[in-house]
Design a protein. Structure first.
Length: 506
């Protein structure tokens, strides 16, 4: 690609990527690291069984509910400033969580982490979108980012296990502080955001209120369904409220002059395909994290550290798929030919894991299953992350990036609740069917639990196949530098041209 004066790349972009990647790793780690520490923290702080879910839920509600607002703030304030503020706030909230003396302080710190995470995550992705404009460099940058976004959760299990077992659960919070400080100082010193990319339009207050309340209702509905059941009156009420609020949000965005989420961002065929297929893939993946963690610790008797290391094949697969397959092929083949086969490969890995029973061999089933899952997800995540900001105007980069995070966050909430419910129902059915002939109640309970996990993983296989079909069907852009067709079948510019971000003075 020719580089004119208007499209010269930022000379410090690769240094900036290191700090953006570090911040992204911290946010993704936090999604799983606390799960490992939860039992110890619950005992120390005297949190009741009924309230323990709020350690996870408080973060999920604040993060998921405020992501679109955070993305818009990044477009308004500037992505660098939002990124640094998000990092400092996240570090402070983590310090508060590590020092928690009771459940109220713990829940408050987790909600604050969610608030600052909602500023940080979209700012990080949108900085990549506007700093890396060359197609080949963009492929490498998003390869690294995609590997972290996909594999960071599994790294969190290893780190969480190590810190909880050898130090103290409080270190699962304190460990964020050095991450955040290094990333914030580095970002402040090296990031040079392209000028002219801010969206200085007035803030869409009705859009902020409706989207936040709608997303909070949706995430809480799925979270509550997991604990109280799908027929619970409050669960149903949350889903009804979410539907009404999000419909009102869409109608509002279609009418206001300066919408929080311009509908052009999500109605684009390719971006819509990315958001939908990525959200479905996350549903499958989050459920598996939960099941495998319980399977390895409860059924196999692994320690937290050993459980964390047992997820290494998935991390290796993610990094290989993202940096060695996705990044190398993204400039040579259309994204749908990476995402579709990627999700299918992940589905084959899931299919292997449906064979779980109480005597399953780690080496024969779990290791190859994880490796295939990681390879497939890494290969698909990488072009998905890049394509989510494909051809986007710089002023919309923050909110387009926020939609990626929103689809992941909502997917995670749905995955945990939906697959957990399926597993619980299958477990109960197994106990009812086999109780009469069982001589060892404890063995029956373990067999029933594993049967439930296998039943839910079958659903995850189906969800990944649907994600693959959506990616292949909806995403029709060509490879970078080639012609592509839009939704009407008309030729459009190649990705390489669309990624050029003009730099103009304020």
């Amino acid at each position: 690609m020719s580089k004119t004066a208007g499209t010269l790349p930022d000379p410090s972009r690769w240094k900036a990527l290191a700090f953006i990647a570090l911040a992204q790793l911290m946010v993704v780690l936090d999604a799983t690291i606390v799960n490992i520490a939860l039992p110890s923290a619950q005992t120390d702080l005297g949190i009741s069984d009924g309230n323990k879910q709020w350690v996870i839920t408080a973060y999920a509600l604040a993060f998921g509910g405020l992501l679109l607002f955070g993305g818009r703030i990044a477009d308004l304030w500037g992505r660098k400033r939002t990124f640094v503020v998000g990092l400092i706030g996240f570090a402070a909230a983590s310090a508060l969580g590590g020092a928690a003396q009771g459940e109220a302080m713990m829940f408050g710190s987790r909600a604050l982490q969610g608030v600052f995470g909602a500023l940080l995550a979209p700012a990080a992705l949108s900085l990549l979108a506007v700093m890396f404009t060359d197609a080949k460099e963009r492929a490498k940058a998003f390869g690294i980012y995609g590997a972290i976004a996909g594999g960071g959760g599994a790294v969190g299990l290893i780190l969480g296990g190590f810190l909880t077992e050898y130090l103290n659960w409080r270190w699962t919070f304190f460990v964020n502080i050095p991450f955040a400080i290094v990333a914030a100082v580095g970002a402040y010193l090296v990031i040079r955001e392209p000028a002219g990319g801010r969206n200085r339009a007035p803030l869409d207050i009705p859009g902020v209120v409706l989207s936040t309340l709608g997303l909070v209702s949706l995430v809480y509905g799925f979270t509550r369904a997991e604990a109280a059941g799908w027929s619970d009156s409050l669960t149903i009420g949350m889903f009804v409220a979410a539907a009404v609020l999000l419909l009102a949000f869409v109608l509002t965005e279609a009418r206001v002059k300066s919408p929080l989420l311009p509908l052009r961002v999500v109605t684009d065929r390719n971006r819509g395909g990315v958001y939908l297929s990525l959200g479905l893939a996350i549903i499958a993946m989050f459920g598996l994290f939960l099941f495998l963690t319980y399977y390895l610790q409860v059924v196999k008797g692994y320690t937290p550290v050993k459980t964390g290391f047992a997820f290494m094949p998935m991390i290796v697969g993610m990094i290989t798929g993202s940096t060695q397959i996705g990044a190398r092929l993204m400039t040579r083949v259309p994204p749908r030919l990476l995402m579709g086969p990627g999700f299918l490969t992940a589905a084959v890995g899931m299919l292997l894991l449906t064979q779980l029973d109480i005597n399953t061999s780690y080496a024969a089933v779990i290791l190859p299953g994880q490796l295939l899952l990681g390879l497939g997800m890494g290969t698909a995540f990488m072009p998905a992350m890049s394509l989510a900001t494909h051809g986007i105007e710089p002023r919309d980069a923050g909110v387009a990036s926020a939609m990626v995070n929103t689809s992941q966050q909502v997917g995670g909430a749905i995955g945990t609740a939906l697959l957990n419910t399926i597993a619980a129902s299958a477990t109960t059915a197994y106990v009812v069917d086999h109780a009469a002939g069982a001589s060892d109640p404890k063995l029956l309970q373990l067999q029933a639990m594993v049967s439930g996990f296998a039943a839910a993983i079958w659903w995850a296989v189906g969800i990944l196949v649907v994600a693959s079909a959506i990616a292949v069907t909806l995403i029709n852009t060509g490879r970078p530098g080639s012609g592509a067709v839009d939704g009407s079948g008309e030729p459009v510019e190649g990705i390489e041209d669309e990624f050029k971000i003009p730099v103009v003075a304020h």
